[in-house]
Unconditional design. Structure first.
Length: 122
């Protein structure tokens, strides 16, 4: 029994670590590097959020009222997509929330993920 207990505890710890590794992890990049790697960097507020399906995956489509543009085309509003599931680096858009994000243009839409949410600027 004394030999089996450490083995069971080891297996339990191993299974817990494999579940944690399935969660989203971001590569830490300096903010300037994040800005350079994306087509759009804006700060604004979320004015609407809709759910949609793209290629069988749930996405949130947020309409952002743009306050400042650090990179990209200056416009009053933009639509940004992000996957809704946390295991896929989801962004949870909240109505009226202030947000600063980087996004990549993919065809007609901008896409982002949790790793591209940036600290708000004053």
């Amino acid at each position: 029994m004394t030999v089996i207990r450490p083995i069971l505890l080891g297996l339990l710890a191993l299974s817990a670590s494999s579940v944690a590794s399935a969660a989203c992890t971001c590569i830490h990049r300096p903010e300037q590097d994040m800005i350079a790697r994306n087509n759009l960097v804006v700060q604004g507020s979320v004015v609407s959020v809709k759910s949609s399906t793209r290629l069988g995956r749930r996405v949130a489509v947020a309409r952002i009222r743009v306050q400042t543009v650090e990179k990209g085309t200056n416009r009053r509003y933009i639509n940004v997509e992000a996957y809704e599931y946390t295991g896929q680096c989801a962004v949870v858009f909240k109505l009226n929330e202030s947000i600063r994000l980087a996004a990549q243009r993919r065809g007609p839409v901008y896409r982002t993920n949790i790793c591209k949410i940036l600290p708000l600027k004053a």
